[in-house]
Design a protein around this ligand. Structure first.
Ligand SMILES: Nc1nc2c(ncn2[C@@H]2O[C@H](COP(=O)(O)OP(=O)(O)OP(=O)(O)O)[C@@H](O)[C@H]2O)c(=O)[nH]1
Ligand SMILES: [Mg+2]
Length: 370
């Protein structure tokens, strides 16, 4: 691989060419190729500048994993303590936490694992601080919980931008793209609806990735940037909740103004809290729970009654078969159907097939082959 200086020069040249090329019908394809080259070089540079760290060893447990992300000193460790009771060292200087500290939140019958991480710094995507490791933990999480200091509310904008550079898209809809490679015949593009890049630009991007023959299917909006990210791979989509911390340091009206502004700028569900003074912690728990989209079902043994204390937690969109697998992976193959009472059923004890999608609050009796 070329050395770092050479890569940087190449990137500068490409970016100059890209910004100097007028966007029109004749240049669409060329711009697509340039975008592909630029992302390839950026990837190589990121790999070079990241030290080979050991990585955090994190063990996932429970029904879902939440990862706290924020700049140093924002109050991540204090929030972990408020949510879970776990003591992660709290101090008034940056980088107090240097490892991943897990805590468990039991809420409405769901076991939610929360990770406290070291503060993220700008340029984390390029491996600054322990950026690369933090980002790799995030990639395995079901939800990101941003912790923002109310004294620096624009921090959230920087965080979202930083993650975008690390190919993590927050609260964004995954574009629907399917590419069918073929041996010959050039490129065809079909798009059912939505705003999509011009065909030439798609061809250019594909050519930049050495794809010359393919059928491309797009459904709904997709920008040129998203198409390029899809081709260069590893883009991850994850939902987030923001906690604005230290509200005890501001007046109510100041807090309201800041929260409104953050919601307007990010579109992320935002909860004002004080981790130190336990203000609004229940509201934060509720926001985390609803954003995870967990579905609680209550199992009723045949002829018995349901245990409403201990739900079986499945993910949104999961079926009777998924529930049977979660309950017992060995016996799931013998499951035939289920009798369901609750939000996903039209009437009591409705017989449902294995592919039936369950909803929060369903009471389910699984039926097995004898
Ligand atoms: N006034 C006020 N101070 C807080 C609050 N939450 C945290 N702090 C203070 O902010 C400082 C940083 O808190 P931590 O919880 O250690 O922050 P952190 O984000 O874990 O910091 P690093 O691990 O260094 O990245 C400490 O001095 C806390 O006492 C709060 O709700 N109100
Ligand atoms: Mg900390």
């Amino acid at each position: 691989m070329a050395d770092k200086e050479a890569l940087k020069r190449k990137l500068d040249d490409l970016e100059k060419e890209y910004s100097g090329t007028k966007y029109n019908k004749a240049t669409n394809k060329h711009l697509g190729i340039l975008r592909a080259k630029i992302s390839e070089i950026k990837e190589q540079m990121d790999k070079k500048s990241s030290k080979k760290g050991q990585g955090f060893s994190v063990k996932k447990s429970g029904n879902a994993t939440v990862c706290m992300v924020g700049f140093p000193n924002a109050g991540k460790s204090s929030t972990l303590r408020a949510l879970t009771g776990v003591e992660s060292k709290v101090a008034s200087y940056a980088f107090t936490t240097l490892d991943v500290i897990p805590g468990n939140l039991d809420y409405k019958g769901a076991k939610i694992q929360i990770f406290d991480l070291p503060g993220i710094v700008e340029e984390a995507h390029a491996g600054k601080g322990r950026g690369r490791e933090i980002i790799s933990v995030m990639r395995s999480a079901d939800l990101v919980l941003f912790i923002v200091d109310i004294n620096d509310p624009s921090g959230i904008i920087k965080l979202v931008e930083e993650l975008k550079l690390a190919k993590i898209r927050i609260n964004a809809k995954r574009p629907s793209i399917r590419i069918e490679k073929k041996p010959s015949g050039g490129v065809t593009v079909s798009s059912a609806f939505g705003k999509v890049p011009p065909k030439d630009s798609i061809i250019g991007a594909l050519n930049g990735h050495k794809i010359f023959n393919a059928n491309v299917y797009l459904n709904g909006d997709c920008s040129e940037e998203e198409f390029e990210q899809f081709l260069s791979g590893q883009v991850m989509y994850i939902n987030a909740v923001t906690a604005i911390n230290k509200i005890d340091q501001k007046t109510d009206s100041e807090v309201k103004k800041i929260v409104d502004d953050v919601v307007k700028r990010t579109g992320i569900k935002t909860v004002p809290i004080s981790a130190e003074h336990f203000i609004n912690i229940d509201a934060l728990k509720e926001a985390i729970f609803t954003s995870l989209g967990l579905v609680r079902i209550y199992l009723r043994p045949k002829g018995g009654s349901a245990d409403f204390e201990k739900p079986l937690v499945v993910d949104e969109g999961e079926t009777v078969l998924d529930a049977a697998k979660k309950l017992n992976s060995k016996t799931a193959k013998d499951a035939i159907c289920a009798y369901v009472t609750g939000p996903s059923a039209k009437f009591k004890a409705q017989r449902m097939g294995l592919e039936h999608v369950l909803m929060d609050g369903d009471v389910v009796t699984l039926v097995y082959r004898k």
